[in-house]
Design a protein around this ligand. Structure first.
Ligand code: SF4
Length: 184
């Protein structure tokens, strides 16, 4: 056994104390937001089945604070679009997005939602970013539940790093304006 003596160094005054640590408001807000994102699953086809597995016990999306599905735009933070979106469906998707309260984020899950996938046809929307802004794209046809969770975790990183003042900035208004969506 080593008889080496270890010396602990005292922290300078003002840097320690019970129940005290220094941080930034935006980091606390980002942490809280990212760990309590309630999904609105907009599932139209096969990718939706993968999402069902993502919710179930083995993959357990509840570990990320997202077990509370919102099948209405109310209280939903994270719009997850899973499946083929036809051009007829696009205005409905857009309406759902517009009805969600800020702050809100969007994940395009799978090839169909991201780009139309294999359905390069007259009736299928070639990616949901033609009608609403997208934050994260999850590749795959279908993506496995691990990939969907990876998309959720990537969105967490975006949310954590986002300024609390982003919504309402000129850039954000311009982004919405480019989609012809009115900022609230
Ligand atoms: S990406 Fe593939 S699995 Fe997902 S909805 Fe389209 S066809 Fe189905």
């Amino acid at each position: 056994m080593s008889d080496k003596k270890y010396k602990t160094v005292e922290a300078p005054d003002g840097y320690v104390g019970e129940g005290f640590f220094a941080t930034k408001l935006s980091e606390v807000v980002g942490l809280a937001r990212s760990n309590s994102m309630w999904p609105l699953p907009f599932a139209t086809s096969c990718c939706g089945i993968e999402f069902m597995a993502t919710m179930a016990a083995t993959y357990d999306i509840a570990r990320f604070g997202s077990e509370r599905m919102s099948f209405s735009p109310r209280q939903a933070d994270m719009l997850m679009v899973m499946g083929t979106i036809s051009k007829k469906m696009a205005p409905i998707l857009r309406q759902v997005y517009e009805q969600m309260a800020e702050p809100k984020w969007v994940i395009a899950v799978g090839a169909c939602a991201s780009s139309g996938g294999i359905f390069d046809t007259y009736s299928v929307l070639q990616g949901i970013d033609k009608v609403i802004p997208v934050d994260v794209y999850v590749p795959g046809c279908p993506p496995r539940p691990e990939q969907i969770l990876d998309g959720v975790m990537r969105l967490h990183e975006i949310v954590k790093a986002e300024s609390v003042y982003r919504r309402g900035t000129k850039e954000y208004d311009e982004l919405l304006k480019s989609y012809n969506i009115e900022s609230k």
